[in-house]
Design a binder for this molecule. Structure first.
Ligand SMILES: Cc1ncc(COP(=O)(O)O)c(C=O)c1O
Length: 354
């Protein structure tokens, strides 16, 4: 019998999200969530919500939320689009900016959703390998098949899984010489010492994607946004689902963004714990990659990365292991609370037999 499912969908692999273990005593350091609660203003906004208002459709253009985001970044509302998580922003970009037979580029390794989005769109990927120490690719790395048809390029900055920050000047130089659209995926930029916001207004082919999942502690809410030139933002608005961001999300995201004090306090705490964990693992002989994100990318000293991952999992501590050629010697550890990090270090010592 012929399948009802398109050949393209049958052939593709699909995105595999990080494990979401449940139950008591689980320490979850595997999907870069924020270990602290969202702003109390989010709780209040939820309590204040008039459920009768849900009879009506929500604002399809998210005007209040976009106004707040525009004000936060000193941009105009025409330069802002809100999405159902930043994943939706990335998906809309593949739909809006690619013709058939064109290709999607991204750094390798980086966010594993990009090849999936590219496949869904029926486009082929172009992977540009980062340097041996996960640094910005050497010029020769761009000398790859199908490069000339690359019309959309994703740069995760800071990158995942290594946490490397690429200098805005490197991104600016790359985007200045690229004919298509460059999406700078800044899901982790709030944890970093710089970002690419200065490229807005300077280059007409750069979009910046941001997420409320990490720094605002709202991964379950699903809200992200894009900043960029009005013509590109307008194209994304044209193709999005009419009501892509529901009324509850709009209200809670607005409350969250309006409380910058809680946001800053949580981000600072995570950065301080990142330094503490980095020092503690370095002292244990781990090779710790300099991270500008809310996670660390480390090569263990006394066990293999796979064995450490399994050993921690047996102790109910979840970190992330990617079994690829560039990644299999490392594990990625999301920054948790100080108590969670103490438990992690104790478990690592137990596994290492020290
Ligand atoms: C690099 C990167 N971009 C985007 C996302 C998705 O974020 P959101 O929850 O806003 O869809 C993630 C999630 O882990 C990520 O790692």
């Amino acid at each position: 019998m012929t399948s009802r499912i398109s050949k393209r969908v049958r052939a593709m692999h699909g995105y595999v999200p990080g494990e979401q273990p449940t139950g008591d005593g689980v320490i979850k350091l595997n999907t870069n969530e924020n270990p602290y609660p969202p702003s109390p203003a989010v709780t209040q906004a939820l309590l204040d919500l008039d459920t009768n208002s849900l009879r009506r459709y929500c604002d399809p253009m998210c005007v209040q939320l976009r106004t707040a985001i525009a004000r936060l970044h000193g941009r105009s509302i025409e330069e802002v689009l809100v999405g159902n998580g930043s994943d939706e922003i990335l998906a809309l970009c593949t739909r809006a900016f690619l013709e058939q037979d064109e290709t999607t580029g991204y750094l390798d390794p980086s966010y594993s959703l990009y090849p999936v989005l590219s496949e869904i769109q029926g486009c082929r990927p172009v992977e540009i390998p980062v340097g041996t120490d996960f640094e910005w690719p050497a010029p020769a790395a761009f000398d790859v098949p199908r490069w000339e048809r690359c019309r959309l390029f994703f740069i995760t900055n800071p990158n995942a899984p290594a946490g490397t920050l690429y200098a805005p000047d490197a991104v600016r130089e790359f985007a200045g010489g690229f004919a298509g659209v460059v999406v700078v995926d800044e899901a982790y930029a709030d944890f970093s010492s710089s970002n690419c916001l200065s490229l807005l207004g300077a280059l007409d082919n750069v979009l910046i994607s941001r997420s409320l999942s990490k720094s605002y502690a709202l991964a379950g809410l699903r809200c992200g946004y894009a900043l960029g030139p009005p013509d590109l933002i307008q194209a994304l608005h044209k193709i999005k689902d009419a009501y892509n961001v529901d009324a509850i999300t709009q209200a809670l995201a607005l409350a969250s963004i309006s409380d910058q004090d809680t946001f800053r306090c949580n981000v600072d705490r995570i950065i301080a714990t990142r330094t503490r964990l980095s020092d503690a693992l370095t002292a244990r002989g781990f090779d710790v990659h300099a991270s500008q994100s809310n996670f660390l990318w480390v090569r263990p000293s006394t066990t293999s990365a796979g064995a450490l991952f399994e050993g921690l999992k047996q102790r109910n501590i979840y970190i992330r292991y990617f079994d690829g050629p560039r990644t299999r010697d490392f594990v990625r550890i999301s920054i948790g609370t100080d108590e969670e990090i103490d438990a992690l270090l104790a478990a690592i010592d137990e596994i290492s037999g020290s």
